[in-house]
Design a protein around this ligand. Sequence first.
Ligand SMILES: NC(=O)C1=CN([C@@H]2O[C@H](COP(=O)(O)OP(=O)(O)OC[C@H]3O[C@@H](n4cnc5c(N)ncnc54)[C@H](O)[C@@H]3O)[C@@H](O)[C@H]2O)C=CC1
Ligand SMILES: Nc1nc(O)c(N)c(N[C@@H]2O[C@H](COP(=O)(O)O)[C@@H](O)[C@H]2O)n1
Length: 226
Amino acid sequence: MPTPFTFINAAMSIDGKISTRQRRQVRISGDVDFERMDELRASSDAVMVGIGTVLADDPSLTVKSDGRRSERLEKGLDENPVRIVVDSKARIPTDADIFMKGAGKRIIAVSESAAFDRVESLRENAMVIMVGGDQVDLSELLSILDEMGIHRLMVEGGAGLNWGLIKNGLVDEIYSFIGNLIIGGSTAPTLIDGDGFDEADIPACSLISAEKMEEGVLLKWKLKSA
Ligand SMILES: NC(=O)C1=CN([C@@H]2O[C@H](COP(=O)(O)OP(=O)(O)OC[C@H]3O[C@@H](n4cnc5c(N)ncnc54)[C@H](O)[C@@H]3O)[C@@H](O)[C@H]2O)C=CC1
Ligand SMILES: Nc1nc(O)c(N)c(N[C@@H]2O[C@H](COP(=O)(O)O)[C@@H](O)[C@H]2O)n1
């Protein structure tokens, strides 16, 4: 089944952490990288995060530049890409910034383990896609998104969702900005958490580019299996 071109974009510290051990967001990258991230959002059909990121950071995932939002409108698109949350148990608060801020469509992907009344309350503000028994079935979800016309998907974390997608071979490229910070902590989330691969299954990547940016470096990788 076809799936969208899917890329992960994230900022991490020198030691590979994407937030603190208390799961608090840190400003890892500067204005140049935030502009680059905004451009990526504006050029994507959808932006996806995991529920852990929503509960920790409450991101709006909107396109911040007025000019880029206008350009999208001129092309007949919504101001913002479709905002998607992978949320097996439908835990997202109904006043999350994803619902409160910005125009455009929202999709909450839940599994059959979500409580019926939680799912029904989400339907007031979003399209709900139910796939998978305990956890969201990401392969099935991405096939459905592709059928819906979402062909370019930006993933903005966090660590658990990134793992789920990579494990299932659903990621084409990874863009990671490495900032000039050391966060430390064995429990602080890294770019990719989860169970990790067995040695024989470790996927290889090829380097697309390495660019110095402000006080850090932007690395672009292509998954060799993609
Ligand atoms: N520096 C950066 O670029 C970014 C940092 N972050 C940080 O990442 C942290 C959040 O990461 P996580 O706690 O790992 O949460 P997450 O955002 O990766 O969400 C993980 C959750 O998604 C749900 N899920 C449903 N189906 C799944 C599946 N098939 N596979 C995987 N997950 C599935 C599960 O409930 C799981 O706990 C926060 O501290 C946040 O600040 C998040 C985004 C970007
Ligand atoms: N790319 C990037 N660089 C940083 O330095 C960061 N701290 C983050 N954090 C993530 O950005 C999202 C914010 O979205 P909104 O501004 O609310 O639209 C959020 O998911 C953070 O985890 N990213």
